[in-house]
Design a protein around this ligand. Structure first.
Ligand code: MSP
Length: 646
């Protein structure tokens, strides 16, 4: 089956940020997933290079427009290459073939009577490259989408008869409830269309940086509207207007886009296609926006996160995993290093990495690294059933682009594996002389890891290839068919040792860029926060400030009352240093000295030493006090003395 997956083409007025990387990661994951399933897949990305916005950016940078576009376009392409994005074509709207395709489409629509010439007067937002009716403007002046000032533009224009397609569009949405995914996004589009569509101005005379009019119209005053030009990329990339070389991939399976450009893709684009008598894409997948600290990212705010910087610090595959796991598809997400680190440590390092290390260790000890699936079905049918159930659910999640649910479901496999090791304790079975059973558990886990790696490979292609290599197989359509579709088990093999795949991250690896002073949170945001009394608003600190405090687990070795003090106890606490720390704490009213010996506490370990009643105190204990008294904050489970908290 043919599959065609696209990203939006990115404007070349600035370099890629984390939001662009997100769209590209999802599209790349979907393309890899389709290829894994054996589908003939074409994956398109590229850059959108025309329009007034680009013209102005080039001028600001003092560069000829084409040179400026070349430079920025290359930064996108280089970044995707560095990230090993598996695109089949990188299109640029300044490509000659693309321009020919756009001109051809214009001619076809014109010949059909769907494009006519008239005058346009309206409020134009340069940043959004869109006209807005006065009723939609904020305070009669500002763009309803981006808030920037609009300007009144009166010009001769060619118009596309968008209004003609109103009924057909509504019928299409009704008959194809999965045209817009998530489905919850469809209503805004349907309501917009029901509100009445005005014909769309599809040429401009106020600037020149755009695709020229087709020669047959003999009208060089105009250039094409950038959205007509840009949307056409999805078919010109396949050879439309030239040789139709790859038009067998049309219609697209999924155009992946952010929520801000839904109207263009769900209304204008299908209407253009209807006019061209071409089939419509199967799905428009609409994702939410990434914010940083709850704020929209933008160059002017200076709070843009560079995907390269994050990938350099944490690894691009970890970043892919994080972004796809963290946010339910369609919803907005906030990028925070803390959440990222937590997922690396608990889900990648603990759940997955440790599982692999454990079976490498056990098979080394029990069977000279040889793993044999021969007895897995006999001893572990229960686990195999649960595993197959979870594997069976994955396709549905990916079809709906619910990457977070997909990964959540996949992680059930690691939990089945980790539980099986605890429950069947192969080391105990070895002692009881039940080697068959012990080895069956190890082999069960090897199979779990193999199958999970195949299904994780679209998200983390390189890491999973390493796991597969350790398990002596290759991830491809054959192994997918064998291990996932036919549910077979691994053949006898010798497991290989691998270096740790997910080293734990103890503290943020990137310096948190300060939010520019000139950009305080929006007024509404401040109001919203103030009303919620449970949140700190005046006292916010950067995460880096939090990490300036060294918090450690301590074990109380000795404890005694301070004579003549009602409140103080003097403790000797092991915080992992060579010698114990003396901590003088005001907790005597709540704890007897002896009750503390041997217990664990949380210690602020980098406080300057202080003197209390003439005694040095080299730390502080974390405690919480309310009207019922005070209690110490302690780890939920015993931890080694000196373990950092954070
Ligand atoms: N050039 C148009 C698209 C034309 S497609 C025929 C465009 N370009 S863009 O560079 O501004 O945005 C490209 C994509 O990045 C859009 O899907 C947009 O939603 C997405 N994102 C831009 N900022 C984003 C975030 N902060 N978070 C997530 N995605 C965001 O629009």
């Amino acid at each position: 089956m043919n599959k065609y997956i696209t990203t939006p083409i990115y404007y070349v007025n600035g370099e890629a940020h984390i939001g662009h990387a997100y769209t590209t990661f999802i599209a790349d994951t979907m393309a890899r997933y389709e290829r894994l399933k054996g589908n003939d897949t074409y994956f398109l990305t590229g850059t959108d290079e025309h329009g007034q916005k680009i013209e102005e950016s080039a001028q600001k940078n003092g560069k000829p427009i084409q040179e400026f576009a070349d430079e920025i376009s290359a930064t996108f392409k280089n970044l995707w290459d560095e990230f090993e994005i598996s695109y089949d074509k990188f299109i640029r709207t300044t490509d000659a073939d693309h321009k020919l395709g756009v001109q051809k489409a214009f001619e076809v629509m014109y010949a059909k009577g769907d494009i006519y010439k008239d005058f346009y007067e309206g409020h134009y937002c340069v940043s959004c490259e869109t006209f807005f009716p006065e009723t939609q403007l904020i305070d009669g002046e500002f763009c309803p989408d981006c808030g920037r000032t609009t300007s009144i533009v009166k010009e001769e224009s060619y118009f596309f008869k968008l209004s003609k397609y109103e009924d057909r569009l509504l019928k299409h949405y009704e008959e194809n409830p999965d045209f817009i995914l998530p489905r919850s996004r469809a209503n805004e589009v349907i309501n917009f269309v029901k509100g009445g569509l005005r014909d769309l101005s599809v040429t401009r005379t106020s600037f020149t940086w755009g695709v020229d009019m087709p020669e047959s119209l003999n009208d060089d005053k105009h250039v094409m509207y950038v959205w007509l030009d840009a949307l056409m990329n999805y078919v010109t990339a396949l050879g439309y207007g030239k040789d139709d070389a790859n038009m067998n991939y049309w219609p697209a399976s999924t155009h992946l886009i952010g929520k801000d450009i839904l109207r263009f893709h769900a209304i204008y684009w299908p209407a253009f296609l209807m006019s061209l008598d071409m089939p419509l894409p199967e799905h428009i997948g609409v994702h939410g926006w990434w914010t940083r600290d709850g704020e929209k990212m933008s160059k002017s705010k200076g709070n843009v996160i560079s995907p390269k910087e994050v990938a350099d610090a944490y690894g691009v595959e970890n970043l892919r995993y994080f972004m796809l796991r963290e946010v339910p598809f369609g919803q907005d997400g906030d990028f925070s290093q803390r959440a990222f680190i937590d997922r690396i440590n608990s889900e990648l390092s603990n759940d997955l990495g440790n599982l692999l290390n454990r079976i490498i260790g056990m098979s080394g000890k029990y069977s000279e690294f040889i793993i044999d699936s021969v007895n897995v079905e006999k001893y572990h049918s229960k686990e195999l059933n649960s595993m197959n159930e979870a594997l069976g659910n994955l396709d549905g999640f990916m079809k709906n682009m619910q990457t977070h649910r997909y990964l959540e479901e996949l992680w059930k496999l690691f939990s089945i594996g980790n539980k099986a090791i605890e429950e069947y304790a192969p080391w105990a079975k070895m002692k009881e002389d039940k080697k068959d059973e012990a080895l069956a558990t190890v082999a069960l886990v090897a199979n779990i890891l193999a199958k999970a790696s195949i299904m994780l490979s679209p998200v983390m292609p390189k890491t999973t290839a390493t796991i597969a290599d350790a398990l002596n197989f290759k991830i491809n359509n054959d192994s997918y068919n064998e291990l996932i579709i036919d549910k077979k088990l691994l053949k006898l093999f010798t497991i290989k040792k691998v270096p740790p795949l997910f080293p734990r991250v103890e503290e943020p690896l990137m310096v948190e860029a300060p939010i520019a002073e000139s950009n305080p949170p929006k007024v509404e945001k401040q109001k919203e926060l103030k009303q919620d009394n449970s949140k700190e608003t005046d006292n916010l600190i950067e995460i880096g400030q939090f990490f300036e405090t060294s918090l450690k687990i301590g074990t109380v070795l000795e404890s005694e009352e301070v004579p003549k003090s009602k409140k103080l106890l003097k403790l000797q606490v092991d915080v992992g240093d060579e010698t114990p720390r003396q901590v003088v704490a005001g907790i005597k009213e709540f704890y007897s000295a002896e009750s503390l010996v041997g217990t664990q506490v949380c210690v602020v370990a980098n406080l300057k030493p202080a003197k209390l009643m003439g005694m040095i105190s080299e730390g502080m204990l974390l405690a919480a006090k309310d009207e019922d008294g005070l209690c110490l904050v302690r780890p939920e489970k015993p931890k080694k003395a000196g373990t950092p908290i954070g």
